[in-house]
Design a binder for this molecule. Structure first.
Ligand code: ADP
Ligand code: ADP
Length: 222
C-alpha cells in the first residue's frame, strides 16, 4: 500500500528531517511510528498525504508514485487517507455533525448521504447523541473521538494519526487504541506516531522507529 524508497526531506534552511528512509506497509497493517521529539515523525506523515514533498527518493501509494503527482491530483490521494491530529483541529464554531461532515461536503455528496455517513461515523465512536453539540461542550477524549469520526467518514483505506493520545489520560488512550484496532480488523491500514511508552508496551504492533531522521524497524517484543 505504501512504500518509501530512500526518502529524504530537508526543509528550507537546510534542516534534514528524514534521511534515506525505507519501509513499506501492506494493506491492513497496523504500525507505530516512534522516535523522540524532532525525529521526523510528523514530516513522514505529511509526506504520505502530500502536505510536504520529499527532497529525494520515491513514495508509492497504491502503485502511484506520489512524489510526482501534480497538485490537481492531491485531493484524490487525500480521499484515501484519514488524518488524526493530537490537537484534533476541530472547527470550534461548528457543531459536531458539521465537523464530521466537512470531508464529505468537500466532495459535494448530497445531504441525505452526508447525514447517513456522518451518523454512521459518530455511531462508531460512540457519539451519536452529541451531533448537535459544539466541540466546547465535549470532554477532551470526546473531542478526539470526533476527530477520529471525521477521519473515517470517507471510509479511507489508510489512517494516519499524529500523537492522537498525546493529550489524553491512560484510560482514554486505550479507548482510542481500541477504536484503531477495530478499524484495522476491518481492513484499514493504520500508522500512528506516538512516544507513549505504556501504549508501546501494551500493544504488539509493528514498530517503525525514527532516530534523527533515520528509520529502522524494531523487532516485536524487543
Ligand atoms: P517529530 O514529529 O518527530 O517531532 P518533525 O517531523 O516535526 O518531528 O520534525 C523533524 C525536524 O524537522 C525537526 O528538526 C524540526 O525542527 C524540523 N522541521 C519540521 N517542520 C519544519 C518546517 N516546516 N520547517 C523547517 N524545519 C522543520
Ligand atoms: P493548515 O492550517 O496548514 O492548513 P492543517 O493540518 O489543518 O494545516 O491542514 C493541512 C491540510 O490538510 C489542509 O489544507 C487539508 O486540505 C488537508 N487535509 C484535509 N483532510 C485531510 C485528510 N483526511 N488527510 C490528509 N490531509 C487532509
Amino acid at each position: 500500500m505504501i512504500r518509501f524508497q530512500q526518502v529524504s526531506k530537508a526543509y528550507r534552511g537546510g534542516r534534514q528531517a528524514l534521511q534515506k528512509v525505507d519501509f513499506h506497509l501492506q494493506p491492513a497493517d497496523m504500525a507505530f511510528l516512534t522516535g523522540h521529539s524532532g525525529a521526523g515523525k510528523s514530516t513522514l506523515l505529511k509526506l504520505i498525504c502530500a502536505l510536504e514533498r520529499p527532497s529525494d527518493g520515491q513514495i508509492w501509494f497504491n502503485g502511484h508514485d506520489i512524489t510526482r503527482i501534480d497538485s490537481k491530483q492531491i485531493p484524490f490521494l487525500r480521499r484515501n487517507i484519514g488524518m488524526i491530529f493530537q490537537d484534533h483541529k476541530l472547527l470550534m464554531g461548528h457543531t459536531i455533525f458539521d465537523n464530521v461532515a466537512m470531508p464529505l461536503r468537500v466532495e459535494l455528496a448530497n445531504e441525505k448521504d452526508v447525514k447517513r455517513r456522518v451518523s454512521a461515523a459518530l455511531d462508531k465512536v460512540g457519539l451519536l447523541d452529541k451531533a448537535r453539540c459544539l466541540p466546547i461542550q465535549l470532554s477532551g477524549g470526546e473531542q478526539q473521538r470526533v476527530g477520529i469520526a471525521r477521519a473515517i467518514v470517507n471510509k479511507p483505506m489508510l489512517l494516519l494519526a499524529d500523537e492522537p493520545t498525546g493529550n489524553l489520560d491512560s484510560e482514554l488512550s486505550h479507548q482510542i487504541m481500541a477504536l484503531f484496532g477495530e478499524f484495522n480488523r476491518v481492513g484499514v491500514t493504520v500508522l500512528m506516531a506516538t512516544h507513549d511508552t505504556s501504549l508501546l508496551s501494551t500493544y504488539d504492533y509493528r514498530r517503525l522507529d525514527l532516530y534523527q531522521g533515520q528509520l529502522r524497524e524494531i523487532a516485536r517484543g524487543a
